[in-house]
Ligand binder design. Structure first.
Ligand code: XLS
Ligand code: NI
Ligand code: NI
Length: 448
């Protein structure tokens, strides 16, 4: 049992009460304007549609440090000199934040919640102690774990990769970490387990045997799957695509690359994808593109919600406040039948210059409101606007006759040639992009 806020000790966010829904006209920065967790949309509450999650790393471990200067955000939970004391203080602060914000889920890397020890066994022991505390706090607060993961990118031993390191003994260390992070995830009833391969890629293709490394990565994932299933993990394993950063090239480049990888190695019945908005844009796609590719494959597992900056070519991990992004994302999610057991995890951080304690609340509140608004607009677009029927109608001549014969495999290439010759020049039809774009604006600004 920890000795902080929930046991009558220190309060880390004094003066901030539980965040409540207020009228959209309210100017209170510490209130929701659109996210009303009990509001029912299409038979499901906003809370159940959106399944919001707070990430541990940016929110409680980040301090605003960048390559040009140290952290600017000084947090009371970083004060204890002993790393385990600091971990306990941080966890108290985290659960205070989760419950005041009113999200149902959180996510962590092993090293976010427990410091690395001098040996594999010490690290395992640290994580076990912090897992017990987390379990206790979950019971007290009703918080749930969306996913756990292992940090296989910060320690210098992983500089040449973890599962794809050319040194087998580094790979073994990575496996030790994944084993222990899976134990923690299962102990905390985590609903998913994530692999983001930050250093699984290369800085130079000249010194890298990419074929061998990809085989190693697949083998590593399948061993993790086997171990997870053997200890009773029934949730989804998720791979999070990202094209680069920190490596020049990351193997999990984008959704389509990961889908191909999973299918090639026969991993697609246990693994799905965790799509991060800013990673999709780094890969030259839109957020909704990678969501849609995953949904098409039946592999949309979960979302890391954030946004990039169109002027910057890196992972800025800003809070998702762009309504176009959230409407487009929720259009895919709703047509996918929802996200469960995945969720919307805010893999996002406040800017280095945002140093007030309330800023991390304000960042999350804005993104939660943006997704709530996006959910409502997307639901109305699907249910009440002509968007879906118009789109389906573009494909109408595949619904019957020759088009339907083609879809059903009844025509060969020569048949198609003869049909073209017989039917003459087809009439061309407008794609009507502007009409679709106007529908988005119309429904986004409708009062609900
Ligand atoms: C980094 C990733 C990372 C994963 C978890 O860019 O987004 O935060 O979500 O390892
Ligand atoms: Ni992420
Ligand atoms: Ni990221």
């Amino acid at each position: 049992m920890s000795d902080g806020y929930y046991t009558g000790g220190r309060e880390y966010f004094p003066g901030i009460q539980k965040i409540r829904y207020e009228d959209p006209e309210s100017d209170n920065p510490l209130a929701f304007k659109h996210y009303d967790e009990n509001k029912v949309i299409g038979g499901k509450t906003m809370k159940d549609h959106l399944r919001f999650s707070v990430c541990y790393w940016h929110t409680f471990c980040g301090t605003g440090a960048d390559p040009f200067g140290p952290g600017t955000q000084l947090f009371a939970w970083d004060e204890p000199a002993d790393p385990m004391d600091a971990a306990k203080a941080r966890m108290d602060a985290a659960f205070e934040f989760f419950t005041k914000l009113g999200v149902p889920y959180y996510c962590f890397h092993d090293r976010d919640i427990a410091p690395e020890g001098a040996t594999v066994s010490d690290s395992e022991a640290n994580l076990a102690v912090m897992t017990d505390i987390a379990l206790q706090l979950q019971k007290e607060t009703g918080m749930k774990l969306l996913w756990g993961t292992a940090n296989l990118f910060s320690h210098p031993r992983y500089m040449n990769g973890a599962a794809t390191n050319p040194n087998f003994f580094v790979l073994a260390h990575a496996a030790a970490q994944v084993k222990s992070a899976l134990d923690a995830t299962v102990a905390l009833n985590g609903e998913n387990y994530v692999f983001w391969g930050g250093r699984e890629g290369y800085a130079s293709i000249l010194n890298t045997d990419t074929g061998r490394e990809l085989d190693h990565m697949a083998k590593f994932l399948s061993l993790a799957r086997d171990y997870g299933r053997s200890i009773g993990f029934t949730g989804n394993f998720l791979v999070e695509p990202k094209p680069m950063e920190p490596m020049k090239h990351q193997y999990d480049f984008d959704a389509s690359t990961v889908i191909g990888f999973l299918r090639h190695y026969g991993l697609d019945s246990d693994f799905k994808l965790n799509i991060e908005a800013n990673h999709a844009t780094l890969a030259g796609h839109s957020f909704s593109h990678d969501l849609q590719m995953s949904a098409n494959a039946g592999l949309l597992g979960s979302i890391d919600a954030n946004r990039g900056d169109p002027q910057n070519g890196w992972d800025t991990d800003q809070f998702a406040v762009d309504l176009y992004d959230t409407v487009n994302a929720m259009l895919v999610v709703l047509q996918n039948g929802g996200l469960s057991p995945g969720g919307l995890n805010f893999d996002a951080k406040v800017r280095r210059e945002s140093i007030d304690m309330e800023d991390i609340f304000i960042g999350h509140i804005g993104a939660m409101d943006a997704f709530a608004k996006g959910l409502e607009a997307a639901y109305n677009l699907i249910e009440n606007s002509p968007l879906i029927t118009d789109r389906q109608n573009r494909y109408r001549n595949f619904n019957e006759g020759l088009g339907s014969d083609f879809e059903n495999g009844k025509l060969d290439l020569a048949d198609l040639r003869n049909i073209a010759a017989e039917h003459g020049e087809p009439a061309i039809e407008s794609g009507k992009q502007e009409r679709y774009e106007n529908l988005i604006n119309q429904y986004m600004t409708k009062r609900s």
